[in-house]
Design a binder for this molecule. Structure first.
Ligand code: FES
Length: 117
C-alpha cells in the first residue's frame, strides 16, 4: 500500500510566534488532537494528550496557554517545554509525544504515519 503524501496542517504564520494552535490528524476530526507550537521559524507539534491523566491540554477547544516558553496543561497545570515536550513541572511524567511534522516553505505538513498512531 503506497504511503499517502504529507498533509498540510497550517501555515507557519497561522501559529502565533511564542504560542500554539490546535490542529487535527484527520480533516474530519471532531476535536483538536494535535498541538502546533512556534518559536520564531521553528515549529513543534505534539499529540494533544497529557501524560498525567490523558486529558487534552487546551483550555478551550484549540486554545492553549504558553507561558515563559512552557505549554501549560489546562487540567492540572503540568508544564512542558515547547522545544522537546518534556515535563518541566507538575504531574506530566515523561512528557508529550511528538507528532511527525515537517516544515516545507511556509507550510506545516503532517507526515502520513501520524494517522496510524
Ligand atoms: S491531565 Fe495534564 S496535568 Fe493532569
Amino acid at each position: 500500500m503506497p504511503t499517502p503524501p504529507p498533509r498540510r496542517l497550517c501555515a507557519i504564520d497561522d501559529v502565533p510566534d511564542g504560542g500554539a494552535i490546535g490542529a487535527a490528524t484527520r480533516p474530519d476530526a471532531s476535536f483538536f488532537d494535535l498541538i502546533v507550537l512556534r518559536r520564531g521559524r521553528a515549529v513543534f507539534a505534539y499529540y494533544n494528550e497529557c501524560p498525567h491523566a490523558g486529558r487534552a491540554l487546551d483550555w478551550s477547544p484549540g486554545r492553549f496557554l504558553v507561558k515563559d516558553g512552557l505549554l501549560v496543561c489546562a487540567a492540572h497545570g503540568a508544564t512542558f517545554a515547547v522545544e522537546d515536550g518534556r515535563c518541566r513541572a507538575g504531574p506530566g511524567g515523561g512528557g508529550l509525544v511528538a507528532a511527525p511534522i515537517r516544515v516545507d516553505g511556509e507550510d506545516v505538513l503532517l507526515l502520513a504515519d501520524a494517522e496510524a498512531t
